[in-house]
Structure formats: C-alpha cells, structure tokens
Ligand binder design. Structure first.
Ligand code: COA
Length: 158
C-alpha cells in the first residue's frame, strides 16, 4: 500500500553474483513456477542455470523477481547474428503489474547488448504475450507445449 506519506519503496535490479543470490533466484522460481504453475521440479532447474546470467529484483531488501539470459551457441536455421534467450522470468504474485517484470527484462536486454547480441528469443506463455509485446517482442512460429503449458516463441531485434 502506498500514499503520499508512504510512497512505494524503490525496486532495484542487480546481477546474481554469489551462490546465495542464485539460491534466492531459484527460490522465487520455485514459488512461481513449481508451486503456482505446477511445473515439474525436475525441469524447472536445468543445466543452463550454472552458465546463465541471472538478475534479481529487490525491494526493501527482499528479492521479489528474477530472470535469466542464456547465450545461444548459434542462430536458428536461416538466421544470422548473435542470439540469446531470455527465460525464467518470474515476479512474486504480490508484486506483479508494478513494472518489476519490465525492469528485469530491460536489464537482461542491456546485458545482451553489452555482449553483442543481435536478437533475443524467448518462449512466452500465452497469457504473458501482451507483456512481451509491450516490450517489443514479436511472435514467431506456432503454439507449442513446454512443461505442459502452451507457449509461443517470440523474438526482439536489439
Ligand atoms: C509475466 C510476468 C513476469 C510479468 O511481470 P510484471 O511485473 O507483472 O509485469 P509489468 O508490471 O512489468 O508489466 C509491464 C506491462 O505489461 C503488462 N502486463 C504484465 N503482465 C501482463 C499479462 N499477463 N497480460 C497482459 N498485460 C500484462 C502490464 O500491465 C504493463 O503494462 P503497461 O506498460 O501498459 O503498464 C509476471 O506476470 C509473472 O511472473 N508471471 C508468472 C511467471 C510467468 O508466467 N513468467 C513468464 C513465463 S513466459
């Protein structure tokens, strides 16, 4: 709750640098994907987690959101450039629709630009399409299932 005397506390985004911070990111994903969306635990965490660039959103010292950037070894067939994939975007339910997701995405895209990435792809759950469209992502291809949930591949040129 916020008002003129009690303004909303600022949200900051920072890179995950320690193992403890990675556990905070994984804990948010556990709440959002495993508990809320019933994604099987065995596929929520994967081999990319050790290599990925992760970010955390903090408010008042509490971690409230996370996301990750994974470099792709090569562009998709027929494409050129340096590609990366954003994923595991998760904001705790009580903090949604307050621009935390947009801040996380912007921060991951900033890192992708620093790495010379030309194109970012992601797999959007159908309900989140509008969120990604608002951040400049365009659908590519058809609907497919991932973790039992309908997804669409989306792309943004940086
Ligand atoms: C998807 C998710 C990360 C978005 O985070 P968020 O912090 O709520 O999003 P933001 O507040 O930054 O939204 C930015 C804009 O997108 C809109 N938006 C966000 N989620 C939306 C949705 N599900 N449908 C339509 N619009 C949405 C917001 O209203 C806002 O619009 P505005 O720019 O006109 O104000 C969050 O809903 C979430 O964690 N969901 C559960 C996990 C999940 O499904 N992750 C995505 C897997 S593909």
């Amino acid at each position: 709750m916020s008002n003129a005397e009690n303004p909303p506390r600022p949200v900051t985004i920072s890179q995950v640098k320690t193992e403890a911070e990675l556990w905070q990111a994984l804990a948010i994903r556990e709440v959002v994907f495993i508990e809320e969306q019933h994604v099987p635990e065995g596929i929520e965490r994967d081999a990319e987690d050790v290599k990925a660039y992760h970010v955390l959103a903090f408010q008042g010292g509490h971690a409230i959101g996370t996301g990750r950037l994974v470099m792709l070894s090569e562009p998709p067939p027929g494409e050129t450039g340096r590609w990366a994939q954003i994923g595991r975007m998760a904001v705790l339910q009580a903090h949604r629709k307050a621009r935390v997701g947009a801040m996380l995405l912007t921060s991951l895209e900033d890192e992708a630009r620093r790495r010379g990435v030309s194109d970012v792809v992601l797999h959007s759950q159908l309900y989140a399409l509008e969120f990604y469209k608002k951040q400049g992502y365009e659908p590519m291809g058809g609907v497919f299932k991932e973790a039992g949930i309908d997804h669409l591949k989306m792309r943004k040129k940086l």
